[in-house]
Each structure stands twice: as structure tokens, then as C-alpha cells.
Design a binder for this molecule. Structure first.
Ligand code: NCD
Length: 308
């Protein structure tokens, strides 16, 4: 079982794997654009979509990616599942393993849940986000989006800004950008900055204007109030005044800098409407669109590896 390839976090990938995924994603993006049917690739395979935590874009784009590749999808539904009847998580996973999908895509609020689930499954497990720890496919589609607009990341300064402490997107992005040698600015108010930043190429900043200075890309993060237990944020208004991205603030970044956000956005909290909706600077829609070809690449790569 241990020889099965998974994508639980960025540590499952080498820099060569990342390049491989980027080129597969570019191929699928082109196929989608030209309406080329690639559903012969994995027809007859079945994916199980196991989202124990809410999601819009991640779940739907995985589902779209699977269907485009000819993979049928079973959607596990938390409300109608036996978990809601008191079945233990372990028993649920053993049940899913016995049903034997070809690949399992999951999201869970528990730290490192995909690692425990992968031990039971006889198929690849793809992490669609766990706790505040990891969201590797978001980082991959963000990387794809950055490189399409700004070129080789090893020559870029990328600012990751906002609620870093509670953000799996921040962690996976920092790990992936670090692996590829980007210069990373981690920008958060002190109370939302993790104590350790275990990345070779990252520097911490607590002031937004200073942190985005000269950056090619400014990635904003959602304020994750559902993960805050101690009322860290007193008012959305004060947070916006201190850390919200406006056009005026963006002037501190490099000329031509692009703005990203993984969504869902809290408009007027971490980002101003005028920035989020400005087609000259915002890559937010491009990120969502790239979710489909990048997730096609991930599913294709893991299914292919498992056939070998
Ligand atoms: C993020 C997530 O759920 O991790 N969104 C996403 O997947 N695009 C970020 C968030 O919840 O803020």
C-alpha cells in the first residue's frame, strides 16, 4: 500500500513533479480552450469526493476536472452520511476503502486528516484542504497563475498577506514558492503571524505597506474567523484600516504588480471592492479558472502513476 502516490501536501512533490504538473495543466488548459475532448484518458474510473468541510470552488473544480477526464464522481454527502448517525471517522473511512474508488479527494477540518485517511485507502488520496495546515492544489493553481502572468517565480517577490496564522493556503503557497526559489514576504499583523516561518526564502513583515514593497505579486488571505477562538479581531472596520488592500496601498508594490486571493473574499475586510474587481490588477477569476486544468493535471498524474 505504501507505494501508492498521494498529494497530501507540498512535501509529497519534488520540483520536477511540480514542473510536470504545470506542463500537464497547460496541456489541459489548451484542450479545454479548444474544446478538445480528453475524456478517453480515464474513462471508467471512479473518484470519491469526500468533503467533510464546506467548499465551493475546490469541490466543484475537482468535480469538473474529474468529469472532463472521463472520471465519474461520487459525492459523499455529510448530512446524509452515517457520520451524522454517530459512526466513528475510522469506521467511515474503512467503509469508503472497501467500496474501493480509484481516487479519493478530501477536505477535512482536522490537522493532517489526509495522512491518516491515506493509510486506509488502496488508492491515491488528494488533499482539498485540511485544517490550517495544507491546501496543495490551491498552491499549484496559484503558481500556474503567477507564472502565466509574471514568468519564472524564482525571479519574483511574492507577498502573502493577512491571516497567515490560520491559513492553509498561506502554508502551502509558502512551501511551494520556497521549493522553487521565489523571494517570499510573509505579511501579517503580529497577532496573526505564526511564531516560526520554516521557509528558506521567507521574511516576515508586520506592516502591509512595507511588506508589499517592490513585490510582483500581492496575495491577500481571508480573515478566518471560524478558526479564531479568542476574538482576535475586534472590528472588521479596524482590520481593513490596518490591513485591507486598497489601490492606494497597492502603490507600494512594484509597478504592474498583480493581486491574488484564493476566495472566498471578505470584501471590505481584507480587500477593497475596487481592487478585487479591477481587471488590470486582479487575478482572482484567473485563479478560479485555473483550478480546473490544474486539478485535471493532479488527477491525471496520480491515476497514471497508480496504473504503472
Ligand atoms: C480557501 C480554503 O478553503 O482553504 N479557499 C479555497 O479553497 N479556495 C481559503 C479560505 O477558506 O479562506
Amino acid at each position: 500500500m505504501s507505494s501508492i502516490a498521494h498529494l497530501r501536501d507540498i512535501a509529497d512533490l519534488t520540483a520536477d513533479d511540480v514542473r510536470n504538473l504545470l506542463s500537464r495543466a497547460a496541456f489541459f488548459k489548451d484542450a479545454l480552450k479548444h474544446k478538445k475532448d480528453v475524456s478517453h484518458k480515464h474513462r471508467g474510473k471512479v473518484a470519491l469526493s469526500f468533503f467533510v468541510e464546506n467548499s465551493t470552488r475546490t469541490r466543484i473544480s475537482f468535480e469538473m476536472a474529474a468529469l472532463r477526464l472521463g472520471v465519474s464522481v461520487i459525492n459523499w454527502d455529510s448530512a446524509s452520511s452515517s457520520l451524522s448517525k454517530g459512526e466513528s471517522f475510522e469506521d467511515t473511512i474503512e467503509t469508503l476503502a472497501s467500496i474501493a474508488p480509484d481516487i479519493l479527494v478530501m477536505r477535512h477540518s482536522e490537522y493532517n486528516a489526509p495522512r491518516s485517511v491515506a493509510r486506509y485507502m488502496n488508492c491515491p488520496v488528494v488533499n482539498g484542504g485540511d485544517s490550517y495546515r495544507a491546501h496543495p492544489t490551491q498552491a499549484l493553481l496559484d503558481l500556474m497563475t503567477i507564472q502565466e502572468h509574471k514568468g519564472d517565480v524564482s525571479k519574483l517577490k511574492v507577498a502573502i498577506c493577512g491571516d497567515i496564522a490560520h491559513s492553509r493556503v498561506a502554508r502551502s503557497n509558502a512551501e511551494l514558492l520556497d521549493l522553487l526559489g521565489a523571494d517570499i514576504h510573509m505579511v501579517a499583523p503580529e497577532y496573526l503571524m505564526p511564531q516560526e516561518l520554516p521557509y528558506k526564502n521567507a521574511t516576515a513583515y508586520t506592516d502591509l505597506n512595507e511588506g508589499i514593497k517592490d513585490c510582483d505579486v500581492v496575495m491577500m488571505l481571508r480573515l478566518q474567523k471560524e478558526r479564531m477562538t479568542q476574538g482576535l479581531i475586534t472590528s472588521d472596520h479596524d482590520y481593513f484600516a490596518q490591513f485591507g488592500l486598497t489601490h492606494e496601498r497597492l502603490e507600494h508594490a512594484k509597478q504592474g504588480a498583480m493581486v491574488m486571493h484564493p476566495g472566498p473574499m471578505n470584501r471590505g475586510v481584507e480587500i477593497d471592492d475596487a481592487v478585487a474587481d479591477d481587471p488590470n490588477v486582479s487575478l482572482i477569476r484567473a485563479q478560479v479558472a485555473n483550478g480546473v486544468p490544474m486539478r485535471m493535471a493532479v488527477l491525471d498524474w496520480l491515476l497514471e502513476k497508480n496504473e504503472a
